[in-house]
Design a protein around this ligand. Structure first.
Ligand code: 5GP
Length: 170
C-alpha cells in the first residue's frame, strides 16, 4: 500500500485549523470550555487546535469502539473514559473523520446523559452523503469523497497517522 495522492495539503490543513480556532475563540470567549479529543485519530487535530486557542480551556480524551453489526449497531464501548466530570460544562468534541456518523451520534447521546451545559462537535474531515442518520457538525474542516484516507491522525493498520497532510492509499 502506498499513498497515491495528496488530497489536502499541510498548508490547507494549517489554514483551516487557524480559521476554526478563531471561530471557537469567538464563540467561547468569557466561557469555560472542555475540549474532548477522541483517540486515537483526533490527537493531532487537538494538539494543533490547542496551540491556537485563547480561552479558559481544559483538555480531556476518550477512546471508544463502535460496533456496526446489524444486531449491535448503535452500540459504543468506552475503552478509556474521561477524567473530568462534564456536568454544567461547555463541551467541544473533536473527532478526526465523520463517515457513517454512528460513532459521533452515539457518543453525543452518551455525553448528553452526563448533563453538560452545551455540546458542540468539531470534525476535521467529513465524508459527503455517507451518514445514515446525520447529526449536526458545528465546525467541519473539509468535505471529502468516500475514498479511504490516511494521515493527519488517520491510520491504516496503525500506520500513517504522522503524515502532516491527508492522502489516499492504493
Ligand atoms: P463512523 O462511525 O462515522 O462511520 O466512523 C468514524 C470512524 O471510522 C473514524 O473515527 C475512523 O476511525 C474510521 N474511518 C472512517 N473513514 C475512514 C477513512 O477514510 N480513513 C481512516 N483511516 N479511518 C476512517
Amino acid at each position: 500500500m502506498k499513498i497515491s495522492k495528496t488530497l489536502i495539503s499541510k498548508e490547507e490543513i494549517e489554514n483551516k485549523i487557524s480559521e476554526i480556532a478563531s471561530e471557537i475563540n469567538d464563540k467561547y470567549k468569557e466561557e469555560e470550555l472542555v475540549v474532548i479529543g477522541i483517540l486515537k485519530g483526533a490527537f493531532i487535530v487537538v494538539s494543533d487546535l490547542a496551540k491556537k486557542l485563547q480561552l479558559d480551556v481544559t483538555f480531556d480524551f476518550m477512546s471508544i469502539k463502535s460496533y456496526y453489526g446489524s444486531e449491535s449497531s448503535g452500540q459504543i464501548k468506552i475503552v478509556k473514559d474521561l477524567e473530568y466530570d462534564i456536568a454544567d460544562k461547555n463541551v467541544l468534541i473533536v473527532e478526526d473523520i465523520y463517515d457513517t456518523g454512528l460513532t459521533l451520534s452515539n457518543l453525543k447521546k452518551l455525553l448528553e446523559s452526563r448533563n453538560p451545559k452545551s455540546i458542540e462537535i468539531f470534525c476535521m474531515f467529513v465524508k459527503k452523503d455517507v451518514a445514515e442518520d446525520p447529526i449536526e457538525i458545528n465546525y467541519s474542516g473539509f468535505e471529502i469523497g468516500p475514498e479511504f484516507v490516511v494521515g493527519y491522525g488517520l491510520d491504516y493498520n496503525g500506520k500513517y497517522r504522522e503524515l502532516p497532510y491527508l492522502g489516499v492509499l492504493s
